[in-house]
Design a protein around this ligand. Structure first.
Ligand SMILES: [Mg+2]
Length: 273
């Protein structure tokens, strides 16, 4: 199977792809509303037998909850096709033989750690893992993390996005809090979600597709587009979700294409053999 991304205007060579990686928040849905045409776009991929996986930087839900939410929104996407930063964090801790960490997150993301056998320690732990904790960020939670980091714990950022698009407007993501902890403790976080190339490789390995044979579709020019380009994928930016023209104009990386929304993906993926 082979599809081609055909440039709208000449100049760029067409990019042949065998598979698609898709961001969730801001691409398939915004708040509690599916992006118009997104359900149909995924159905088109299934009909055309173009394999895809979802790579989200969402850290407020476990993988199971991410899949359940997608079902509620009308997307028939198996849980096994969803890749979350918590999964990448668990894998990273496993590589180090780490059995405990201090997690700052919200929702049920803790389940992904517990089910992998990672003990969530309230105090001493070799790693401080930080996600988007929403209202659970307090002076106390920040200070506890700061003290652990000063004491030698390493900082693992599930993601470090600057912001995301909530139903009532842009909202702070984990990035500003990660930056604050780095600044205070004089450490540098290791990021396991997007834009980490290792995170993209998790989904690509599941697809059995090389990076240069895949395209990433996302609404964040830094983590989705920048990350995909670093990992060697083609990258398509959509003008939904957190998309802002100013962020695109200021970006050091350029997407291969910019679409109005994922509804335009079928027209872009012009099958060629
Ligand atoms: Mg997004």
């Amino acid at each position: 199977m082979c599809t081609a991304i055909t440039p709208a205007s000449g100049g760029d060579a067409a990019v042949n792809v065998d598979a698609v990686l898709i961001d969730l928040d801001g691409v398939l849905y915004v708040g509690d509303a599916p992006v118009p045409g997104a359900v149909e776009a995924l159905e088109w991929l299934l009909d055309e037998e173009i394999p895809f996986r979802c790579v989200t930087n969402t850290t407020r839900r476990s993988r199971q909850s991410v899949a359940a939410r997608l079902r509620d929104l009308g997307f028939a996407i198996p849980e096994a096709w969803c890749f979350t930063p918590a999964m990448a964090a668990v894998r990273r801790l496993g590589e180090e033989g780490i059995a405990a960490c201090h997690l700052i997150a919200t929702g049920d993301v803790h389940r992904d750690f517990e089910e992998a056998g990672i003990r969530l320690a309230a105090g001493e732990a070799p790693y401080v893992a930080v996600g988007d904790a929403g209202d659970r960020w307090t002076y106390e939670s920040m200070n506890r993390a700061f003290r652990l980091l000063v004491g030698g714990a390493r900082l693992l950022a599930l993601e470090r996005d600057r912001y995301w698009r909530d139903t009532d407007g842009l909202a702070l993501s984990a990035g500003p809090f990660v930056a604050a902890l780095e600044y205070a403790a004089g450490v540098t976080a290791e990021v396991v979600g997007k834009p980490s190339p290792a995170f993209f490789r998790l989904a690509l390995a599941d697809l059995g597709v090389q990076a240069e044979r895949a395209v990433m579709v996302g609404d964040d020019v830094a983590t989705d587009i920048g990350g995909a380009k670093i990992a060697g994928l083609a990258a398509v930016l959509v003008r939904t979700g957190k998309f802002r023209p100013e962020a695109l104009a200021a970006s050091p990386v350029a997407p291969d294409r910019v679409l109005g929304s994922i509804a335009d993906l079928p027209a872009l993926l012009d099958r060629r053999t």
